[in-house]
Design a protein around this ligand. Structure first.
Ligand SMILES: [Fe+2]
Length: 354
């Protein structure tokens, strides 16, 4: 299986993962052979890439640390929570906690794997999927810090609902496609306070509510709404802030999408400024900067697929070479390079990420 961007999809390719549409409905199922008309439909639905069968990688099994079904269900929960708040109904805190427990359980069973979540991008639902991804990354970091189960549950619940306050923003601000006026920016920033109020009104504990309140605060005091700094910011919120920025960069929620290794570079570069240094380090050690199945270019000029990532050394995977330094393709007997052993060889770039 490998990840192929939309522009490179061709009729005849076979899907190895379903393509999802609104509400988690399956648009095209696993095993479907693509046709021109399917590809056009995927473009219409805003799909950006797909996971495709590739003979050269037929032995490669890619398991997300949290499976797509669980993530889709969690995204639905966030969606419903936001609708409920808009309608003046209550949040279902029991169901929320059960969902977060389910996510924690899956992460714990895959704790040897590095974090990569194949993006589920569904037009109009990015915010909900983003919330789930932030929760997954926050929990992973919490596990790294050796939080106990109840701490993980609070951290994960806060992270999952960190933007719940957005349900109190008017559509003209929430969905604005134009630069906002100053007063509107202030209103948008108030989603943090609204989030805190909503969480408290619905019986969530203070620490969970503070994730919503403080997830835009920065380590150096340049954040909002209260310009808290250093350890004035609760650790759950500080972890969620890193996960939030990371996923925004990788999934391009604000601007251009970055490949994971560039987003990790961003987090590392801002450690000590926007983010607390040690938390930023803890966060980054879990990320698969070159995800399994991605195509990379080496400094030798060779190109190949990432087929194994050693724990703790995410930048030194094993590469199955498919093209030599002269640009000639191997047809069989693909050489493999273990970057943990070949110390002069390194990855220059991910190819065809966008
Ligand atoms: Fe936010």
């Amino acid at each position: 299986m490998r990840r192929v961007v939309m522009e490179k999809l061709q009729p005849g390719m076979v899907l190895e993962r379903p393509i999802y549409a609104r509400g988690g409905r399956i648009l095209l199922d696993k095993g479907t052979m693509l046709k021109e008309s399917y590809i056009k439909r995927m473009v219409d639905f805003g799909v950006t890439h797909a996971y495709i069968f590739d003979e050269r990688l037929s032995d490669l099994v890619i398991n997300d640390i949290v499976n797509e079904e669980t993530r889709l269900r969690a995204a639905e929960l966030v969606h419903k929570a936001m609708d409920d708040i808009r309608l003046g109904a209550e949040l279902d805190s029991v169901k929320t906690k059960e969902t977060v427990k389910g996510i924690i359980k899956q992460i714990l069973t895959h704790r040897e794997a590095l974090a990569y979540l194949s993006e589920i991008r569904i037009a109009g639902e990015q915010l909900f999927h983003h919330s789930v991804t932030v929760a997954v990354y926050a929990i992973l970091t919490g596990i790294n810090i050796q939080y106990r189960e109840e701490n993980l549950l609070d951290l994960g619940t806060g992270a999952l609902l960190h933007d719940i306050g957005k349900s109190r923003l008017p559509d003209r601000i929430l969905h604005a496609k134009r630069p906002l006026a100053e007063a509107e920016i202030e209103e948008r920033e108030r989603h943090t306070l609204y989030g805190y109020e909503i969480m408290r009104e619905n019986g969530f504990n203070l620490m969970v509510a503070h994730v919503a309140y403080q997830h835009h605060e920065c380590f150096n005091g340049s954040g909002y709404p209260r310009r808290l700094k250093g350890d004035e910011i609760h650790e759950y919120a500080a972890v969620t802030a890193i996960a939030n920025i990371y996923d925004k960069l990788v999934n391009g929620l604000d601007e251009k999408r970055l490949p994971p290794y560039q987003a990790v570079e961003y987090i590392t570069a801002h450690a000590g400024f926007s983010f607390e240094q040690e938390l930023a380090r803890m966060f980054c050690t879990n990320i698969a900067v070159y995800p399994l199945g991605s195509l990379v270019k080496l400094n030798t000029g060779e190109k190949g697929f990432v087929i194994h990532i050693p724990k703790n050394y995410p930048t030194r995977p094993v590469i199955r070479v498919i093209e030599d330094s002269l640009g000639i393709n191997y047809r069989m007997n693909f050489p493999e390079i273990d970057l943990l052993k070949e110390l002069t060889i390194f990855i220059e770039d991910i190819i065809d990420w966008e």
